[in-house]
Design a protein around this ligand. Structure first.
Ligand SMILES: [Zn+2]
Length: 436
């Protein structure tokens, strides 16, 4: 679906791509934004109340799934996957730390360490965690600008400890069916670090397994459950974990629930900040998400998980034809004024300005090169230089040294890169060709 805003830039209900293309070719609308693709109407529309949409978030440490769902119809109006830059921030800070340490230990004058009077404010998070939260909040704010968003759903915890307390989960319920079973499974996966408790295998299907087998009087309580790969489960048979020469599994399973239910600080921080937006925030568990998705027979993807977050998920979720927008957090450049080599020797210095010939690194440009070795149309993220030749990072790789006279900005640098544009770029060129 394509986002639509009216002449006053107020969000209307998203429309089908075909309709957007017609509006564009008939000149009734213009492209307002490329990512996410949004059109602006040229004439005022009679007061139409847009259908309310719900932003649904499945926060992850590497990738966060986002989906806009119409609760009444179950249609997914838009989906996106944000790739965070937490690891890159972490690496950059380590590099900075190493070069500062190197500077302190050089044989120069004695420099006493600074008096430690700094204190971290309440609720301080590491910069890498902070960036993940900011990415999500940025996208919630953007979606509110382009679509009629009235509510938020967020996956807050992996499993519901209340449901775990339910002592008897009978028979096969912990394998399929009941919601409580999914919570138990998520809990066990978390507790045993997503690997077979006996052989440590990862990346294989894991089964819920009784430490003292049912046949020997073992219960279905979570303290008697673990996860094992199929070969181990079969080999163990009717033995207890101790007889199977793994007494440590028994000990680990007895540990309290609180230990394993490690509170995910960044998810809670995100929840508190989402509440500040004033929208009603619904929270769900990871077990509930998986249960919702499996019951609706949907495949696994970050954006589909997002669409299945929370108890408000409609009975039928239609995801057909949706191509999620891939959003990659890139940051807005660096503050480093001097780039050293690996020995700390200064190699080059940064220019004092960020914009050259009207472009900035991170802008998305469309370059129609009409002559020379680079002839063709290149669309991608630009890296500017002080001379008139830029590099463009397209989906097909980097195109070197494209002259600025061929470049036209189609999207201003907003801290993100986009791939798998789906409709947006095709729509752009179609409409453009019709107009040209
Ligand atoms: Zn195993």
């Amino acid at each position: 679906m394509v986002f639509v805003v009216d002449t006053e830039k107020r969000p209307l209900s998203p429309c089908q791509p075909a309709r957007a293309r017609r509006l564009l070719t008939e000149g009734k609308a213009a492209v307002w934004r490329q990512f996410p693709f949004t059109i602006i109407l040229k004439r005022a529309t009679p007061d139409a109340t847009p259908q309310p949409l719900r932003v649904k978030i499945d926060p992850g440490s590497r990738t966060t799934g986002l989906a806009l769902v119409n609760d009444a119809t179950g249609h997914v109006a838009w989906a996106g996957e944000v790739t965070h830059r937490g690891q890159r921030i972490h690496d950059a800070l380590l590099t900075r730390k190493a070069s500062r340490r190197g500077r302190r230990q050089r044989k120069t004058r004695y420099r006493p360490s600074r008096f430690d009077n700094r204190r971290r404010r309440e609720g301080w998070l590491t910069p890498s965690l902070e960036s993940r939260i900011s990415n999500v909040l940025t996208w919630v704010a953007r979606l509110r600008r382009y679509a009629p968003v009235t509510a938020v759903s967020q996956e807050l915890v992996r499993f519901d400890t209340q449901l775990l307390e339910k002592p008897e989960i009978s028979g096969t319920e912990y394998q399929q069916g009941e919601l409580a079973g999914y919570e138990v499974r998520e809990y066990l996966l978390e507790k045993f670090a997503r690997r077979c408790a006996y052989c440590g295998a990862t990346g294989v299907p894991l089964q819920v397994e009784h430490i003292i087998p049912r046949a020997r009087g073992g219960t279905n309580r979570v303290s008697n459950l673990t996860i094992a790969c199929e070969p181990c489960n079969t080999a163990k048979g009717t033995q207890t974990a101790a007889e199977f020469r793994h007494p440590e599994v028994q000990a680990q399973a007895r540990r309290s629930l609180k230990d394993a239910a490690a509170v995910n600080v960044s998810r809670w921080a995100l929840f508190h900040r989402l509440k500040v937006t004033g929208l009603p925030v619904e929270v769900g568990t990871g077990g509930r998400t998986k249960w919702n998705r499996t019951r609706r027979g949907l495949p696994k993807a970050h954006w589909i998980d997002a669409a299945c977050v929370g108890a408000s998920t409609p009975e039928r979720v239609s995801t057909g034809g949706i191509q999620p927008l891939t959003i990659i957090a890139m940051g807005r450049g660096t503050r480093q004024m001097c780039a050293p080599n690996k020995y700390g020797f200064p190699l080059r210095h940064r220019k004092r300005q960020k914009r050259f010939f009207g472009f900035q690194t991170g802008d998305i440009v469309r370059a129609v090169v009409t002559a020379g070795a680079r002839m063709g149309t290149h669309v991608g993220r630009v890296a500017v230089r002080s001379r008139r030749f830029f590099n463009i990072y397209t989906s097909g790789g980097m195109v070197r040294d494209v002259h600025t006279r061929y470049c036209r900005q189609i999207h201003q640098c907003d801290g993100y890169a986009y791939s798998g544009h789906g409709f947006s770029l095709t729509g752009y060129s179609d409409a453009q060709q019709a107009n040209d």
